[in-house]
Design a protein around this ligand. Structure first.
Ligand SMILES: C[S@@+](CC[C@H](N)C(=O)[O-])C[C@H]1O[C@@H](n2cnc3c(N)ncnc32)[C@H](O)[C@@H]1O
Length: 408
């Protein structure tokens, strides 16, 4: 009775785009559940005072409270009137602030339904890499919510602090962020990236290793307002996202470009075979010099540049989205391409290292780590994203307690 009544309450809210007062809610739930008006209004003594009240109405209000704590409904401001939140429309269930629950595990990792700030506090293993793409400080919030630009630095620092405390000497932190955050009503970009870089250095003791450029050739055009809507075409279309790379000990950093070498071109292989350069030349006022014999050593491959060109859609993402739809789950709106996560993990960690992903989403970082033989730990606040993420692994062992708690 309890569970099906909850489903009725949920369905009544889901089917209504406008706010609902409690009397309308009771009537609609009763109609759906086949409860007569008489049954709904039958009063019996309740609680210590023994005041006569409707037990059914009280049960409906309990379910209303469960929906509220899941972040599905919110008060409108009028007494007893509630409406669906954006998450409620998407049916995203947020973990209660108190809990960190193992959602599933694999041979190499564990996914936790929990808030990263709490969940990582009790970790007693050393992390080699934190690889993450947090919610961006966007004006137009995504389904999973976001933090505004003024609170952003504190939000990122407090979220990452427990992981940074557990970082191995020479461990790395890589954060994929947006370069396309603008000052209010202005084509000028926010300085939040610079402020965040300084805060991570001054507050959390990290050193900036690089601002990697993720060049996404298929990024949709924008910022529309400053590129094409305004009569002055102030800006160029965006095409990249920065990835800030930090380490707690630059001289011991665990990165190694030998793990991500690219095959040499035919032209370069011929140059090596022919004994290297024959020329002697100086370029850029002597900053770049070529001498006979340069490039004659056979090397295993080419060192990648710090501009990483990878499209922002990929086969793994398409598979994930199709499977999530099949399972009737909300599809994550901002998954990272698997190849990008794999590149960073291979470059920055040796085999068997522990990779942490605080803002798990569809668990791309976790999947990349698993496929590359690294251990991983990921947190995500929304149950449905974890369910979709679990479906990306063919060796996921789902915690039955997780499914039960989340569905209540
Ligand atoms: C940009 S998405 C990450 C996408 C992910 N890289 C992927 O490939 O799917 C950020 C995610 O962080 C989650 N999130 C936000 N705040 C969180 C918190 N405090 N703890 C854990 N997850 C959080 C959001 O629900 C969202 O799914």
């Amino acid at each position: 009775m309890q569970l099906s009544l909850f489903d009725h309450v949920k369905n009544v809210y889901s089917e209504t785009s406008s706010p609902l007062d409690n009397e309308t809610l009771y009537a609609r739930v009763a109609a759906r559940a086949g409860i007569t008006e008489g049954e709904l209004n039958t009063r019996s003594p309740i609680g210590k005072s023994g005041a006569p009240r409707s037990k059914l109405k009280r049960a409906i209000r309990w379910h209303q409270q469960t929906m509220k704590s899941s972040g599905w409904i919110e008060k409108t401001g009028d007494r007893g009137v509630w409406k669906l939140t954006r998450n409620g429309k998407k049916q995203l269930t947020k973990v209660s602030a108190k809990y960190s629950i193992v959602a599933f595990s694999t041979d190499l990792g564990v996914a936790i339904w929990g808030n990263c700030t709490n969940a990582f506090k009790n970790l007693n293993e050393k992390i080699s890499l934190v690889l993450t793409s947090p919610p961006y400080p966007l004006k137009q919030s995504r389904a999973y919510g976001n933090v505004n630009v003024d609170q952003y630095i504190d939000f990122i620092c407090s979220s990452l602090e427990p992981m940074i405390k557990q970082l191995k000497p020479g461990g790395s932190v890589t954060i994929n962020l947006s370069n396309d955050i603008f000052e209010h009503r202005s084509p000028a970009r926010s300085l939040y990236l610079e402020k965040l870089t300084i805060a991570l250095s001054e507050r959390l003791g990290l050193s900036l290793m690089d601002r990697l450029i993720w060049n996404c050739p298929n990024k949709p055009p924008g910022p529309v307002q400053w590129c094409s809507k305004h009569e002055h075409r102030f800006q160029l279309n965006y095409g990249y996202e920065p990835i800030l790379w930090f380490s707690n000990d630059p001289l011991k950093v665990l990165s190694n470009n030998n793990r991500v070498l690219i095959p040499h071109t035919e032209k370069h292989l011929k140059l090596i075979q022919s004994g290297g350069e024959k020329r002697s030349a100086d370029y850029s006022d002597g900053a770049h010099r070529i001498r006979p014999g340069n490039y004659s050593n056979a090397t295993p491959g080419r060192i990648p540049k710090n501009v990483i060109t990878i499209p922002n859609t990929c086969h793994s993402q398409r598979q994930y989205k199709a499977r999530a739809r099949e399972l009737n789950l909300p599809v994550h709106g901002a998954p990272m391409p698997l190849a990008l996560a794999k590149f960073l993990i291979e470059f920055l960690t040796p085999l068997g290292a522990l990779v942490a992903e605080p803002f798990g989403g569809s668990l791309t970082t976790a999947l990349a780590a698993e496929e590359l033989g690294r251990r991983w730990i990921a947190t995500e606040i929304f149950w449905e994203y974890l369910c979709g993420g679990a479906a990306r692994f063919n060796n996921a062992v789902v915690n039955p307690f997780f499914s039960t708690v989340a569905k209540m």
